[in-house]
Ligand binder design. Structure first.
Ligand SMILES: Cc1ncc(COP(=O)(O)O)c(C=O)c1O
Length: 387
């Protein structure tokens, strides 16, 4: 089938040669179903390495939100590359803070929002799960059949649009219970309202097998993508919200695919005016650049401090309040054995040997057990050392 746009048999000779080279050096685990070998793209069109021209309906699975090689995206990449490409999240820079501000301005939460930025959708989902566990201290989750949330171990535990996605990788993260996503085209439940039926099913689970008080979060795509592009019935997301509020469960909307304008609103959940506690973003956020975000209500995200800093700050607060801590400093560090091992890989003696400030404090401070100035020094030095 040759025409003005298709100049060779498909795949063409250059594409065949590339696919053969690739097979020698790239993992065969990628799900590549079509032998398309890309040369370049412009807007909605892509060209292969044999000069054949196609309309791109996939956009990298809903990634290239602005089309290929959008001049503003190209310009932003060039500008960034000329200044710097990486400094690690240990420091501050305008692009990171500015993005946090822009996300906060459009986030669908009904209170100020904060973001944790990362590199992909699956990583954003991992972050959301960790945040939910950290905040609630609960071990269980509810996910949905047909859902796609990524392929790392935590997100994979929820991913269930095909059984092959989990085949060979068990055990995944424990504590995830899948329930059907309301599907008006292939209904699993009796009755006209599949959304209400699913909500009733979750209630039955809570009565019979999954203690609601142990559920940290419900993770759901506000419109299911890979599972069949399903728009849930009106009232379903609001019902989930009510169920979560009733049981102190956090509601996580995975907007990795549906977010950033993909469904005609900035976020799919806005079609029903339902606010999540936590939301995951990626794909369209970078229009091809690797970026993801965990966006959460500020009152939740603000609790997610570095553990060590939190501990040291708690100690300082106690001292400021005049509460005595009778344990000498290194003894206190010893009490944090698990954290210390992770951070210092050694005993208090090794810590003192490695960090002069602790040596000094150990010498001077064993009997000065509640000097706020010293505690402040410890806090600062501890923060530095724990990096
Ligand atoms: C809803 C949803 N969540 C998470 C992911 C994982 O994103 P990534 O491929 O960037 O890891 C995807 C990817 O298709 C997705 O559609």
């Amino acid at each position: 089938m040759r025409n003005d746009h298709i100049k060779t048999e498909l795949p063409g000779p250059n594409a065949c040669a590339m696919i053969a080279r690739d097979a020698e050096v790239i993992s065969p685990s990628y799900p590549r179903d079509y032998p398309f070998v890309m040369s370049h793209g412009r807007g909605t069109e892509v060209w292969d390495v044999d000069g054949n021209r196609f309309l791109d309906f996939a956009a990298g699975i809903a990634v290239c939100a602005t089309g290929h090689a959008h001049p503003q995206v190209v310009g932003a990449v060039q500008k960034a590359a000329e200044k710097f490409l990486h400094i690690s999240s240990d420091y501050w820079h305008e692009e990171m803070t500015g993005l946090g501000e822009r996300i906060a301005r459009v986030a669908p939460m009904r209170e100020p929002a904060m973001s944790f930025l990362c590199q992909s959708g699956t990583e954003a989902v991992e972050g959301a799960l960790k945040l939910a566990r950290y905040i609630t201290r609960r071990p269980r989750f509810i996910g949905f059949l047909g859902g796609f949330h990524g392929r790392t171990m935590g997100s994979l535990s929820f991913t269930s649009s095909k059984y092959t996605q989990q085949l060979g990788f068990a055990p995944t993260m424990p504590g995830v219970t899948h329930v059907p996503y309301p599907n008006p085209y292939r209904p699993l439940f009796a009755g006209a309202d599949q959304g209400k039926a699913v909500l009733d099913y979750i209630r039955t689970l809570f009565e019979r097998s999954v203690p609601a008080a142990e559920v940290a979060a419900i993770l759901v795509e506000p419109m299911q993508g890979e599972g069949g592009y399903l728009v849930p019935p009106d009232g379903f997301l609001a019902g989930l919200r009510a169920l979560c509020d009733e049981h102190g469960i956090l509601l996580i909307f995975d907007e990795v695919q549906s977010g950033v304008g993909r469904t005609g609103r900035m976020f799919a959940c806005e079609h029903w005016d339902v606010a999540p506690d936590i939301m995951t973003l990626a794909k369209g956020l970078g229009s091809g650049l690797p970026i993801g975000a965990v966006v959460a209500r500020k009152s939740l995200m603000a609790q997610w401090q570095r553990r060590a800093r939190q501990y040291l700050r708690r100690q300082s607060d106690r001292l400021r309040r005049g509460e005595r801590d009778d344990r000498p400093c290194l003894w206190r560090l010893q009490g944090q054995r698990r954290d210390r091992r992770r951070a210092f890989h050694g005993s208090p003696a090794r810590i003192a040997a490695r960090f002069p400030v602790y040596r000094r404090s150990a010498r001077q401070g064993f009997d000065d057990r509640h000097g706020a100035g010293r505690e402040r020094r410890w806090e600062d030095a501890g923060s530095r050392a724990l990096r």
